[in-house]
Design a protein around this ligand. Structure first.
Ligand code: UDP
Length: 369
């Protein structure tokens, strides 16, 4: 970036889904000039994907499965891409076999030695095994109240310890509330009305959101290094909120490490796109084989092992009461900042799904536009 001062109506820090949604609204509805500054060398934030040398569309920051019950968000995303229905399924490796997650009748039968055949039988089994505390205070209570102790110990507790570096008892109930329990044979990961993938990938979808003469993107640009050279009427910050404000202890975020393995002339590595590994004996949490998504064709395959870590780029806020209390102190500072708005997973310290990030950004724009 040159040393000249840049003027823009709207400055957006971060080119992920939240920033892109805000850029779209201000440019397309208000014809205002929008400048997005992005630290990384690509658009799209963590939904960024690209065709790899095996000819397979691979996400650089982990698989992203779009799902929503929001008519508004569904109509909105359809303005920028063609979407193909895709009902995501996940298998977990437990007790030497592959079982469906979320827990359904097949999972219970495989891991608990039952032979349940109907919803009524499954409900009766759950009634007998669920541990219902007076109050659900954390993710352990949440899981025990849904699936009982045996399935909790097999599928949820060890996986969560690897994923978060904490016992489920040290996490808000919301974390394990993400995974439902099903008294049926339904083996879909999500229950939402709309479940789909963009036919040509998320990067193309993001490119289409940016395709407007009033939107400009500066990649490889750290906002904190250039902020003095930008004059903006409005600023939207979507980076980690603790990087914006000094003077308070840092917030806790969880990161992921990705190990990509390209297998030449191997048609498939595993029977499903995602296989979770709850076992503490396996270092990674899951393996994603990307060619399963939208049934991509290639003589080769690409798999990515995900390991959770404390170091590295922030991916997940860590929801528990201590972190929420610290975030509240940051939020109080954010609320006092004039002309600057904070949006997205990292600035709002919220474990948003993609649709929730988009909806929150749309609603922020509704208030301002
Ligand atoms: N989880 C688990 N076992 C599984 C899948 C998920 O214990 O096989 C827990 C784990 O704590 C995880 C949380 O459920 O962080 C939410 O899972 P989700 O798939 O929504 O995580 P994400 O895809 O956002 O990483």
């Amino acid at each position: 970036m040159s040393e000249d001062v840049i003027e823009t109506d709207v400055l957006i820090v971060g080119c992920g889904l939240s920033g892109l949604t805000i850029a779209d609204r201000f440019a397309r509805e208000k014809d205002m000039s929008v400048l997005i500054v992005e630290k990384r060398n690509h658009i799209g934030g963590n939904v960024y994907d690209e065709i790899d040398e095996n000819g397979i569309l691979v996400s650089r920051y982990g698989a992203h499965l779009f799902h929503t019950d929001s008519e508004r968000v569904w109509a909105y995303v359809n303005r920028f891409a063609e979407w193909v229905r895709w009902e995501h399924k996940v298998l977990a490796h437990a007790d030497g076999r592959l079982v469906p997650v979320p827990v359904n009748i097949t999972t219970i039968n495989a891991l608990c030695g039952t032979s349940l055949r109907s919803e009524d039988e499954a409900r009766a089994w759950l009634d007998e095994h669920q541990e219902l505390p007076v109050e659900i205070r954390n993710s352990e209570d949440m899981a025990l109240s849904r699936v009982g102790r045996r399935l909790y110990e097999r599928l949820f507790r060890p996986y969560t310890v690897k994923q978060w570096g904490k016992e489920p008892a040290g996490l808000d109930p919301s974390v394990l509330a993400r995974i439902p329990v099903r008294c049926s044979f339904d083996d879909r990961y999500f229950s939402d009305r709309y479940q789909a993938l963009p036919r040509h990938g998320y990067t193309e979808f993001c490119r289409s959101m940016l395709d407007h003469p009033k939107i400009r993107v500066l990649l490889d640009t750290d906002f904190f290094e250039v902020r003095d050279r930008i004059r903006a009427g409005l600023v939207f910050y979507t980076g980690p909120i603790d990087r914006y404000f000094g003077g308070l202890p840092p917030l806790e975020y969880r990161s992921l490490r990705f190990e990509t393995i390209r297998l030449r002339n191997v048609p498939f590595f595993q029977p499903n796109s995602v296989i979770n590994y709850p076992s503490p004996d396996v270092p990674y949490t899951r393996i994603v084989e990307y060619k399963h998504f939208l049934h991509q064709e290639s003589p080769h395959t690409t798999i990515v092992r995900e390991t959770s870590t404390d170091e590295g780029e922030p991916f997940y806020p860590v929801p528990n009461p201590e972190n929420q209390a610290l975030y509240a102190r940051y939020k109080a500072l954010a609320d006092r900042e004039i002309g600057v708005y904070f949006a997205g997973r990292l600035a709002g310290y919220k474990y948003y799904n993609m649709d929730q990030a988009i909806l929150a950004a749309l609603e922020l724009c509704d208030r301002l536009l």
